[in-house]
Design a protein around this ligand. Sequence first.
Ligand code: EPU
Length: 337
Amino acid sequence: MQIQQNISLKQYNTFGIEVLAKHFVSVSTLEELNDVLVLKGFPDKLILGGGSNMLLTQNQETLVIHINIKGISITSEDEDYAIVKANAGENWHEFVLWCLKNDLGGIENLSLIPGNVGTAPIQNIGAYGVELKDTFVSCTAVSLENYELRSFSKADCDFGYRNSIFKQELKGKYVITSVTFKLSKKHHKRNVNYGSIAAQLEIMQVTNPNIQDISEAVIQIRQSKLPDPKEIGNSGSFFKNPIISKADYNTLTQSFQNIPSYTISNNEIKIPAGWLIEKAGFKGKRFGDYGVHKNQALVLVNYGNAKGSDILKLSKLIQKTVKRLFNISIEAEVNIL
Ligand code: EPU
């Protein structure tokens, strides 16, 4: 373990933005993490996982701590379920593949989501009708204030849509070091209700899908819509889908009859931000090295050497235009740093 100076973060963020970390260290054990946290002289720290949910807009003057703690194990099991603990530095998709290889079900709909296990609970990653919280049991995390390791139950985490306590009251206060899941060993609950999954399985001519088939369907859908960060820098959905009141929705449908929507509760309707951005004319728009993806308007992309500040400027223009056209505020999902 060694603290390095002026390290490029380009390969550590999926947007592929070139900024420097004044101080940088990668830790691969809990002990190393503890040794770094107690170091004097670095009052501010930036915790870096898979770098898949951030937009870096400037050089980082802090100590950047890259969490590279690996390991996956089954901690207990019965006939029906296995309790699986994965350390924070495991790549999320590789963890999903490990579960599929061991025929453990519950996270196959979350295939191919960029990022690491340790950052997945922060925004309660979700896709195709499933969220992390559905299989989450607990996580361990180290306090950045007193360096103590504590466990968080599902209730402690206060999960919501792309949200958790780690994005609210405890933002920047803990480093998640491991996550524990309860996964099915048989009688897998197969979530195929999300429209495009059923359609994709039909294309694949699978009538009675197993969890591996569902994963394959999700992979194919994602590959057709979402850019691979290894080829085109991006951070997945840049914005959250906004939730509006039924009254506002009814007003909106007077001007836009075909607006897609999902009912959340009696008085709340979720609108796909991708639709709003597309209607605002941004889908596929390119401005030099950055722009809006051609197949999914919710994804902003870096074609090469874009600056984080350029992408931030574009995101603000999109927010302003959507507000003007639809009177809806869309909020960034990624962390702006
Ligand atoms: N749509 C458009 N134009 C677009 C994109 C979407 O009109 O360019 C409309 C269509 O009506 C489409 C609907 O939006 O049917 C929904 O699109 P999609 O299924 O692609 O889902 P999304 O709501 O845009 C969310 C998540 C994704 C996740 C998918 C699938 C958020 C912010 N995003 O996107 O998550 O993969 O559902 O479950 O909730 C991520 O968070 O990084 C991410 C990729």
